[in-house]
Design a protein around this ligand. Structure first.
Ligand SMILES: Cc1ncc(COP(=O)(O)O)c(C=O)c1O
Length: 483
């Protein structure tokens, strides 16, 4: 009988290594001997367990051995019926969820602040996106969650939609009312798909927002690598209930999954799962306390405001992951970009991200009182490093309408395009995607009609020093439009 003590993949790798088998198989570095410089740096153990599919180690395409066992333990630990290990990040899980739920032309409800992998998945599946407008917080200049009202309205207008896609939580730690949203979607015969790139730890503490599997989602893609301790690129896809057959989901994963997964990544998932299953609650209690301590200290520093649960009073049913420290630096008269640069250059601290008004510091199971104290200390020193009075007022957060869809994203992606001056592109169909921070929203997607208002807003954000991303011409003098 397997238990959460066990690590089937990790054990099989160590067994293979300890048997000193003479390998006549790939990888060709053969336990590191073929790449001595790298082996010396990374260590012999890492190279020894960099193995590939073989009978002792199972196959990710059709697991029947140690991968199957490790996935079963992961499903149990994360509260799912099935878990699938992923070696191409949560992006590949998002692709599989959307392709499992939608065929060509099917409608899917999607928050406009979704990650770019969601737009890629829409292109691949040929689905028709129906965008949901997230709430926007003016003070922080960021997108929040999706309200029940917003989804109810979208369902009324699109009764045949096949799925609801929800982000749990956003990058900044904001969770939408997932239990109610899942119930509403199911009552309308829609699948519930959840992007849990920032939610792998949620299941392990009652003070955190509810996890997708607990909230009743059908599928959830979770970045174990971001917040549950496994190596970068390693994620899991969870399935619960009867709406999707595990065999079908697996066959979709197999369409694009490598046949040579890194066993270092797979083993890291196995051991991270064991750690979270056995110690997750304690680890998360400690992490939450550290983050709350930092929040309290940061809020005592003049000119800084670290978001806390008080901001949720403005929104019904939203919850906050307290381990995310979204620190507003607006009152120092600098942008988050500047604050992030100062932290890196003067205090040797790298934050997760910065935007116009904020920096985002992630506190995780890898932190300690000393790392968090270093952050607080550095933040308290920022005002001293500013030259002169900083009373620059940052511009307000734009709130843009969602443009009209002229072509499905897939049709737009495969259509012929040409470069066109951006400023003169009103009325044209966009061939590419443009994201803007603030507020972290896709302003234009392939297939949508560009308007004069959109051009003005994008230029205003750019002029004010905001971040405009996604398009081919980084200067945005030109945009690719559909011919
Ligand atoms: C909200 C969100 N979804 C999905 C992803 C993709 O996850 P991964 O990097 O594991 O592919 C990210 C990555 O940052 C993300 O922020």
């Amino acid at each position: 009988m397997l238990s959460q003590e066990n690590t089937p993949i990790f054990d099989a790798l160590k067994n293979y290594m300890n048997e000193n088998t003479i390998s006549f198989h790939v990888p060709g570095h053969k336990h590191g001997r073929g790449n001595p410089e790298f082996t010396e740096f990374i260590g012999k153990n890492a190279m020894n367990i960099d193995l590939t599919i073989m009978p002792d180690l199972d196959s990710i395409m059709n697991p029947t051995g140690v991968i199957k066992d490790a996935e079963a333990l992961a499903a149990e630990a994360f509260g799912a019926d099935r878990a699938f290990f992923l070696v191409n990040g949560t992006s590949s899980g998002i692709q599989a969820m959307i392709m499992a739920a939608c065929r060509e032309g099917d409608k899917i409800l999607i928050p406009r602040n979704a990650h770019k992998s969601v737009i890629s998945s829409i292109i691949l599946s040929g689905a028709e996106p129906v965008y949901l407008r997230p709430e926007i917080n003016e003070e922080f200049g960021i997108t929040m969650g999706i309200t029940l009202n917003e989804v109810a309205g979208a369902i009324r207008k699109n009764p045949g939609a096949k799925a609801l896609f929800i982000i749990n939580t956003t990058y900044y730690g904001i969770a939408s009312p997932l239990i109610d949203l899942a119930r509403l979607a199911h009552d309308n015969d829609m699948a519930v798909l959840v992007d849990e790139a920032h939610g792998a730890h949620l299941r392990f503490h009652e003070s955190l927002p509810v996890s997708a599997m607990e909230a009743g989602a059908d599928l959830a893609a979770s970045s174990t690598h971001k917040l549950a301790g496994s190596l970068t690129q390693s994620s899991m896809l969870f399935l619960k209930g009867k709406r999707f057959s595990p065999g079908y989901v697996k066959s979709i994963l197999n369409l694009s999954q490598t046949t040579s997964p890194s066993y270092i990544l797979l083993a890291s998932l196995d051991v991270a799962r064991k750690n979270m299953a056995q110690n997750g609650r304690n680890l998360m209690s400690k992490t939450i306390s550290l983050a709350q301590w930092a929040r309290y200290k940061i809020n005592a520093i003049q000119g800084l405001y670290c978001m806390g649960s008080e901001v949720l009073e403005l929104y019904e049913g939203f919850t906050l992951d307290p381990t995310k420290l979204c620190i507003n630096v607006k009152d120092l008269g600098i942008t988050g970009f500047t604050a992030s640069k100062m932290l890196r250059e003067k205090f040797n601290i790298q934050v997760e991200l910065s935007d116009f008004y904020n920096i985002l510091a992630v506190v995780s199971i890898g932190d300690s009182k000393s790392t968090v104290s270093a952050l607080v200390k550095a933040l308290s020193n920022i005002p001293r490093h500013l030259q002169g009075p900083n009373k620059k007022k940052l511009p307000p957060v734009p709130d843009l309408p969602i443009p009209e869809l002229a072509l499905l994203p897939k049709e737009a992606f495969y259509s012929e395009k040409r470069r066109h001056p951006f400023k003169e592109s009103a009325g044209r169909i966009s061939g590419e995607m443009i994201m803007a921070y603030p507020p972290g929203i896709t302003i234009i997607c392939p297939g949508e009609i560009i308007t004069g208002d959109i051009i003005d807003e994008i230029l205003m954000i750019k002029e004010a020093g905001g971040l405009i991303q996604g398009m081919e011409d980084r200067e945005l003098k030109y945009i690719n439009i559909i011919k």
